[in-house]
Design a binder for this molecule. Structure first.
Ligand SMILES: Cc1cc2nc3c(=O)[nH]c(=O)nc-3n(C[C@H](O)[C@H](O)[C@H](O)COP(=O)(O)OP(=O)(O)OC[C@H]3O[C@@H](n4cnc5c(N)ncnc54)[C@H](O)[C@@H]3O)c2cc1C
Length: 359
């Protein structure tokens, strides 16, 4: 018989009502069904339940899940939502109840390189083997934070779980730098995942590691990360090379009757890949033909020019350089007034800056 696990955190925050709307909006985007209960809110996720209770000077969070991995997932997304959206109030979150004080970070795995394949001149697929990868098939998140050993920190210390369920990092001189990547393929039974690295130069942490990786090289991963892509009958998808692994994963999983358009920006024809997609879907490639990555406006312009069919459940998804993502997000959310449950436009990298979540 499955025993339900429970935890709660009582968080002192002056005027929690000032923050709760944004916290709730973020939680909602994890495919939650939300109900209002008096002065609080209930969230039913595919992997467990959470409730937020408000008083004038505190927020009380209660969570329930069917197993330890799901409870850890709830702790992670609740604590992150509160820390991000109530940052001003400096919330101190300490989970009580089941698995309180457990230092093992449920979302962390050490992985070992088991295969390297160049898909195109600038895209390298690396197979990583690790133990117990079940959680990476759950929770609808496609991405991981990869922690890279470097010449400066060749044998990093790995993170542990803090009292809030979020990672506690080792001291700076033992801390591995992190970048976000997509799990392009996952095989839980055989214990591996594959990541497609854009090879944009040997100097940077992620791309440089991929260039020098050898069978047996070690990385840490944390995840899964990311919001679910909602189910719909029609999609428009847009990506540059960094979003191509995610776009490929989305497209090949869509039911055969799904319709829509996908646009992918790559350097040139040599960077195109064969991506499986439903027959009613059109996949178009946009070649930069000599322009630098992040300098070609056509991907964002093309995506913004696509109209959604009336009377059909639609989802719009975009992943590319930060400026392009901002333009597309403003068009969908601002100009067209679409909600989070029908759009997702994400910055996957930023010109001249370190990757998202690098710190
Ligand atoms: C959810 C998510 C999923 C992602 N999935 C993938 C994935 O599957 N594969 C993948 O390759 N990337 C992916 N990315 C993007 C990746 O995290 C960034 O490109 C990251 O900056 C790469 O780290 P780096 O150490 O190589 O470069 P950084 O040290 O972060 O940056 C060094 C310099 O390189 C530039 N730079 C970074 N990326 C690129 C690029 N692609 N082309 C040209 N210049 C660049 C930066 O502007 C900076 O000037 C994803 C990002 C997110 C948020």
């Amino acid at each position: 018989m499955m025993t339900e696990l429970k935890a709660e955190a009582h968080i002192a925050i002056p005027s929690p009502a000032d923050y709760v709307e944004r916290i709730a909006d973020r939680l909602f985007s994890f495919d939650a069904v939300v109900t209002n209960e008096g002065s609080g809110m209930d969230f039913r996720f595919p992997f467990g339940q959470a409730s937020l209770g408000l008083s004038p000077d505190a927020l009380t969070v209660r969570i329930r899940a069917g197993d330890a991995a799901r409870l850890a997932r709830l702790k992670d997304i609740l604590a992150t939502a509160i820390e991000v959206h109530a940052r001003r109030a400096q919330p101190r979150i300490v989970w009580q109840g089941d698995l309180a004080g457990d230092r093992r970070l449920a979302q962390f795995r050490e992985m070992r390189v088991a295969g390297i394949e160049d898909l195109t001149p600038h895209m390298r697929r690396i197979r990583l083997k690790g133990e117990n990868l079940t959680r990476f098939a759950e929770f609808d998140g496609m991405h991981v934070r990869v922690l890279f050993p470097t010449p400066q920190v060749p044998e990093p210390g790995w993170p542990e779980a803090g009292p809030n369920g979020l990672p506690v990092w080792p001291a700076e001189d033992r801390r591995a730098p992190a970048r976000v990547y997509t799990i392009r393929k996952l095989d839980v039974a055989r214990g591996f995942m594959e990541i497609d690295f854009v090879m944009h130069g040997d100097e940077s942490i992620g791309s440089g590691w991929a260039a020098s990786a050898r069978p047996g090289s070690i990385v840490g991963i944390m995840g899964p990360l990311g919001r679910p892509v909602r189910s719909a009958q029609w999609y428009v998808l847009g990506a540059d090379e960094t979003g191509l692994p995610a776009l490929g994963r989305i497209l090949e999983k869509l039911p055969a009757a799904t319709r829509g358009f996908a646009f992918v920006e790559v350097a040139d024809k040599g960077e195109e890949q064969i991506i499986a997609h439903p027959p009613g879907f059109e996949l178009h490639w946009i070649h930069r033909n000599g322009k630098a990555p992040g300098e070609d406006a056509r991907l964002a312009e093309t995506i913004c020019a696509v109209s959604r069919p009336a009377g059909t459940k639609c989802f719009s998804w975009f992943a590319a350089e930060a400026e392009a993502a901002k333009q597309v997000r403003e068009h969908w959310r601002g100009k067209l007034g679409l909600g989070r449950d029908e759009t997702l436009a994400a910055a996957y990298w930023r010109r001249g800056a370190l990757g998202p979540m690098a710190g």
